[in-house]
Write a protein that binds this ligand. Structure first.
Ligand code: PHE
Length: 461
């Protein structure tokens, strides 16, 4: 196994895993979901899920990966036998589909970065209409998303230390710096405090079934759980490192970026007198308007920085998404890394094309209004199905640890490199969460989310 590569040390692993976690999910999706679900009320439920459920699931995934030192399929198969290997395959497929639509959105962000910084995007007047035509302009989008996939593949093909770890060591700190600068700027705007209040003072009457579902799927997506990304990254962690405290730092870093993104976006939105409930287009329609109003030079700087931030965040996640199937083919089939990575990148890019043209492009209207999916578009369909597969994957992982691998074996793995772990409160809590909270809560909620997505929960109950 020694030729698989390793993270050089604890910092390398933490940055790479935090890089996987921090992504479009934090900066693009978290603020719009929070905006649609009452702001602070959503933030509150989200935090509860992260702490109560997601942190233990993350620990479990990393433990599985490090124990076996193999890809997601190989890890489940080694510990659980052939039948459990399917869970690894399920995760690998989920990763491929997440990357297919994720790369499309990353391509939009990449295009916005280039066209705000070096083009004339901010000269437009109506950014809602502009975004609508932009996502349908496949001649541009095709190149931006292809470009993004190529950059991802270049990094992944370099391997764990020289590619993934090195890229994260530059991008993650830069991301924090850009984010902090943007927050400082947005808090100084007039009426910024209205945004801060919306975001931080919870109105618990805003909590509805939808708030809970959205918070759960967002928490899983944001921490990259349930599909084997952390099993794969965990397999590159050396035995002398503490898993539990690393997982705590990764979860905290991810939650921090989501929290800070809200703190950056809501003051901007409120100070411009806009509505936070805009949904997916929030950062693509509302923010450019605000950058436009800043004037040509400041707008270019602040707007360009924002979209660069989004690209960095997305790239550290696309890298981890591509690594999951790549590790599978390298470990199981013994294929050489470079050609595997390029072939997978091409495959995923092609799989993303229906999502790309599903935003209303002429000739593809049928993908924009799926009759079997409450009239939603194909990109939303793929993204929702992936979300569901993450919570189902997380649930099955908890069942796997409890009934097949056994909780004692997980604890034995977690104890390595961590003398104080056994008998600690953390150990008891993690064991409890994986055996009881995970299987029960995740199975109930996954079923409810499936009903909600296909039929609308209010109509059913
Ligand atoms: N966590 C990433 C984000 O928030 C998305 C992701 C999901 C990455 C699953 C890897 C695996 O954007």
């Amino acid at each position: 196994m020694s030729n698989r590569g390793n993270f050089s040390g604890r910092l390398g692993f933490i940055l790479a895993a935090a890089g996987s976690a921090v992504g479009l999910g934090n900066i693009w999706r978290f603020p719009y979901l929070a905006g649609q679900n009452g702001g602070a009320a959503f933030l509150f439920i989200y935090m509860v899920f992260i702490f109560l459920l997601c942190f233990p699931v993350m620990v479990g995934e990393i433990a599985i990966g490090r124990k076996v030192g193999s890809d997601a399929y190989g890890s489940y198969r080694t510990l659980g036998g052939k039948r459990w290997g399917f869970l690894g395959i399920f995760g690998i497929l989920a990763g491929i589909f997440i990357l297919s639509f994720y790369n499309v959105v990353a391509g939009w962000a990449f295009g916005y970065f280039l066209e705000i910084s070096f083009g004339d995007l901010l000269n437009h007047q109506d950014f809602g209409a502009f975004f609508g035509s932009y996502v349908n302009d496949v001649s541009d989008n095709l190149w931006f998303s292809l470009g993004f996939m190529v950059i991802t593949a270049v990094i992944v093909s370099q391997g764990v230390q020289k590619g993934i770890e090195a890229a994260n060591k530059i991008m993650m700190p830069s991301l924090y710096v850009i984010l902090i600068c943007l927050i400082v700027y947005s808090l100084t705007l007039p009426n910024a405090m209205a945004g801060v209040k919306f975001y931080l003072i919870p109105d618990l009457s805003e909590i509805k079934a939808q708030t809970i579902f959205d918070a759960l799927r967002q928490a899983f997506f944001s921490l990259s759980l349930g599909m084997g990304a952390l099993i794969t990254y965990g397999s590159y962690v050396k035995k002398d490192q503490k898993i539990v405290s690393s997982a705590a730092i990764i979860s905290a870093a991810d939650t921090m970026v989501a929290f800070l993104s809200g703190l950056m976006i809501f003051p901007l939105v409120f100070s411009a007198g806009q509505s936070p409930t805009e949904g997916p287009p929030l950062v693509f329609m509302i923010l450019p308007q605000i950058f436009h109003d800043m004037g040509p030079i400041l707008g270019r700087i602040v707007g360009g920085s924002f979209f660069l931030l989004l690209c960095f965040a997305a790239l550290t996640s696309t890298v981890s998404l591509l690594e999951v199937p790549a590790a599978f083919l390298v470990d199981q089939k013994k294929f050489p890394r470079k050609p595997v990575v390029w072939a997978l990148a091409l495959l995923v890019f092609i799989l993303g094309l229906p999502s790309m043209v599903s935003q209303g492009m002429a000739g593809f209207e049928f993908l924009n209004k799926l009759p079997f999916y409450q009239g939603r578009d194909f990109l939303t369909f793929v993204s929702d199905m992936c979300d569901i597969s993450l919570t189902v994957g997380g649930c099955l992982m908890c069942i796997f640890i409890t009934y097949r691998w056994k909780i004692e074996n997980m604890n034995t793995e977690l104890k390595i490199g961590d003398d104080t772990y056994m008998g600690s409160l953390t150990q008891r809590y993690i064991s409890f969460a994986i055996q009881y909270i995970g299987p029960i809560l995740l199975s109930i909620l996954s079923v409810l989310v499936i009903i909600d997505k296909f039929f609308g929960i209010e109509k059913v109950f």
